[in-house]
Design a protein around this ligand. Structure first.
Ligand code: R5P
Length: 291
């Protein structure tokens, strides 16, 4: 099995290749044409082999690079192509909210799977997205990677900043054998939220180390408000852990100002990237597609 890392996921791709028993690893040669179109070329002898392409689609350019990589690998006459999209962009528009809108997540699934034999992604925004694939598709979770890291830290309680994240906080709590609860969140707009303590299920946090668990940190609005709320309850320390750390604009600095630690997985490059999902992705590849 060969592993090819796109420019958005080079480090994670290399980690996956190590988890696959030091599978041959490479990155494509790329350059931009004068009109800014992307040129790329994959190297090595890939004919007849299985190839894993790893590329997050955080930006439209990342997506274009992934589509070109898939075509290049197919042209190389490979046996099977496994496409790993650690951060699957456009997944939040998972349904049509108003007439005239696309189901963006579905559009991406159709195109990403076109030249793939299987797709693997991590913590999709919504469970329905996996159903848009017609080829085998698998969703790894960032929670085990974060739990492997947090097991070494003095964590007392796990907190989901909203009801939508209940399953993640519960799973992390089970892995760490700690209690958990979820805050209530009301979104005001794309950058502002209002958070409150739940009427039931609250775990006392006074003097404790609470870890906020979320799938994605984007503007940081949710985590900043959640950390402030927990501090008002007298929490001893508060940390933030997420699978996908986008940290738009000054989000990372704003979160650092109100938390003790910030942890993210390596689905996207960022300053909090301390846990790797490479073992979890490699496990799916080895389990589902033994050579
Ligand atoms: C919400 O459904 C998600 O789980 C995150 O809580 C949210 O997307 C985080 O966004 P932001 O960092 O902009 O508050």
């Amino acid at each position: 099995m060969h592993v090819i890392g796109g420019s958005a996921s080079t480090a994670l791709a290399e980690r996956i290749s190590r988890e696959l028993g030091n599978a041959p690893f490479g990155i494509p040669f790329t350059k931009r044409f004068p009109d800014d179109e992307l040129y790329l070329r994959v190297g090595g002898r890939l004919e007849g082999d299985d190839v894993v392409i790893v590329q997050s689609t955080r930006t439209d350019q990342d997506l274009m690079e992934l589509l070109l990589l898939e075509d290049a690998v197919r042209e190389a006459g490979v046996r099977r192509t496994f496409v790993v999209v650690p951060y699957f962009g456009y997944a939040r528009q998972d349904r049509r909210f108003f007439p005239g809108e696309p189901v963006s997540a579905r559009a991406l699934c159709r195109h990403v799977e076109l030249d793939a034999d299987a797709v693997i992604t991590v913590d999709l925004h919504s469970a329905t997205t996996l159903g848009h694939f017609h080829k085998p598709a698998f969703e790894a979770s960032g929670i085990p990677a974060l739990a492997r890291l947090l097991r070494e830290r003095p964590v007392d309680v796990l907190v989901s900043p909203d009801r939508g994240g209940v399953d993640r906080a519960r799973r992390m709590a089970q892995l760490l054998d700690r209690p958990w609860f979820a805050l209530d969140k009301k979104r005001i707009d794309s950058e502002h939220v209002e958070l409150s303590l739940p009427s039931t299920g609250l775990v006392p946090v006074e003097g404790k180390h609470a870890v906020l668990v979320d799938d994605v940190i984007t503007t940081g609005g949710t985590i900043v408000e959640a950390a402030k709320l927990l501090k008002r309850q007298g929490v001893g320390a508060v940390s933030a852990a997420c699978t996908h750390g986008l940290f738009l604009r000054d989000a990372f600095e704003r979160i650092k100002a109100v938390t003790d630690e910030v942890y993210s997985t390596d689905t996207l490059g960022n300053p909090a990237e301390k846990a790797s999902v490479a073992p979890d992705i490699a496990q799916i590849l080895l389990r589902e597609f033994p050579s």
